[in-house]
Design a protein around this ligand. Structure first.
Ligand code: ATP
Length: 320
């Protein structure tokens, strides 16, 4: 049994009040995260990555489908079970560290809820020791953090504090949603290394949500490529990156800026029409796909295992 099993997960939002249309932000998505596995969820803006993370965290409810954590249905947990049990096992770090702190409170207050919820019996000395240990582990000097307000620290420092807080709980699963996107390149690598180190030490599983292919490749064992709410390709990271099969994955990989290539103006792509995309019965990528055939617009291709631990949803690979 995997630590996390996501089965046929679907989330439909209604957009706009008058003449509103439905957005199938997550559409029949299934995947697993094993114990100690780092899985990247990759896709461009609007592909549904954050919605998947929010559904797993039970911040929103699915329209249909199941989320099993250690075999237990997450959608059926009560608020009390979520607070007391689930969030002890599943923690998250989001993109914008500034948004996660109250600007009027000293940084130290950020740890209050963790201690109230998960370590209510810990005394002040032990609490200080735990916090200082966690801060040191993420490369911070505790004396430079205590008593400070958020505006007195950099984005990188704040993000490290949030990671320290999440890891203090020693969760079984960490959802890192664009957790390093706002950081400069060297801090970013430090934090990625920290996450990898934490996985090695505590066997923590990580769902690493990113639009950045290079970061996903660097950190993850498995990769899931999403396009407009659907999984188009997934499997061992090495296989997905070195033998990409779906035309969308190939296009994404070809779009990664190369240090040897200079910018050249090629015109501005017109904005994509959301409404049309969600009404396509077949592959959502068909309108953009240079290889699309008639069947691609009509029938949704199923994910097929094309080699061991490598799945692709594309009619070019018999995905009908
Ligand atoms: N609460 C909501 N109400 C209506 N539509 C929503 C809501 N949340 C997300 N969506 C829509 O669902 C789709 C998927 O959004 P989501 O934030 O999951 O994508 P994403 O891949 O995480 O993108 P980004 O990288 O830009 O955060 C988008 O079209 C978005 O506009």
């Amino acid at each position: 049994m995997s630590l996390l099993e996501v089965e046929h997960l679907t989330k439909v939002f209604t957009s706009g009040l008058i003449g509103g249309f439905e957005i199938r932000a997550v559409d029949d998505v299934s995947f697993t995260v094993g114990k100690g596995e780092i899985v990247s969820l990759v896709g461009e803006s609007g592909s549904g990555k954050t919605t998947v993370g929010k559904l797993i965290l039970r911040l929103i409810k699915p329209t249909s489908g199941r989320i099993l954590f250690e075999g237990r249905e997450v959608t059926e947990l009560s608020k009390k079970q979520l607070r007391r049990e689930y969030y002890k096992d599943v923690q998250a770090v989001f993109q914008d560290p500034f948004a996660s702190f109250n600007p009027l409170h000293e940084i130290d207050r950020a740890f209050d809820l963790v201690f109230r919820s998960f370590f209510p019996d810990v005394g002040q000395d032990e609490r200080d020791e735990m916090i200082n240990g966690a801060l040191t582990q993420v490369g911070l000097n505790p004396s430079e953090v205590h008593g400070k307000f958020p505006h007195q620290l950099s984005g990188g420092q704040l993000q490290r504090i949030l990671i320290a807080r999440a890891l203090l709980v020693k969760p079984k699963l960490l959802i890192a949603d664009e957790a390093v996107s706002m950081l400069d390149a060297s801090t970013r690598i430090d934090i990625l290394n920290l996450l990898g180190d934490f996985r090695d030490r505590y066997d923590t599983s990580i769902l690493f949500v990113t639009h950045d292919l290079a970061l996903g490749y660097y950190i993850s064992d498995s990769t899931i490529i999403m396009y407009r709410g659907t999984i188009v390709e997934m499997g061992d990271t090495e296989k997905v990156f070195h033998n990409p099969l779906h035309p969308y994955t190939r296009m994404l990989l070809e779009s990664v800026p190369d240090l040897n290539v200079k910018w050249e103006f090629k015109g501005i792509e017109p904005e994509k029409e959301e409404r049309g995309i969600y009404e396509i019965a077949g592959c959502r990528y068909a309108p953009r796909c240079p290889k699309a055939k008639d069947v691609c617009f009509k029938i949704r291709p199923e994910l097929r295992e094309v080699e061991k631990n490598h799945w692709v949803a594309c009619h070019l690979y018999g995905g009908g």
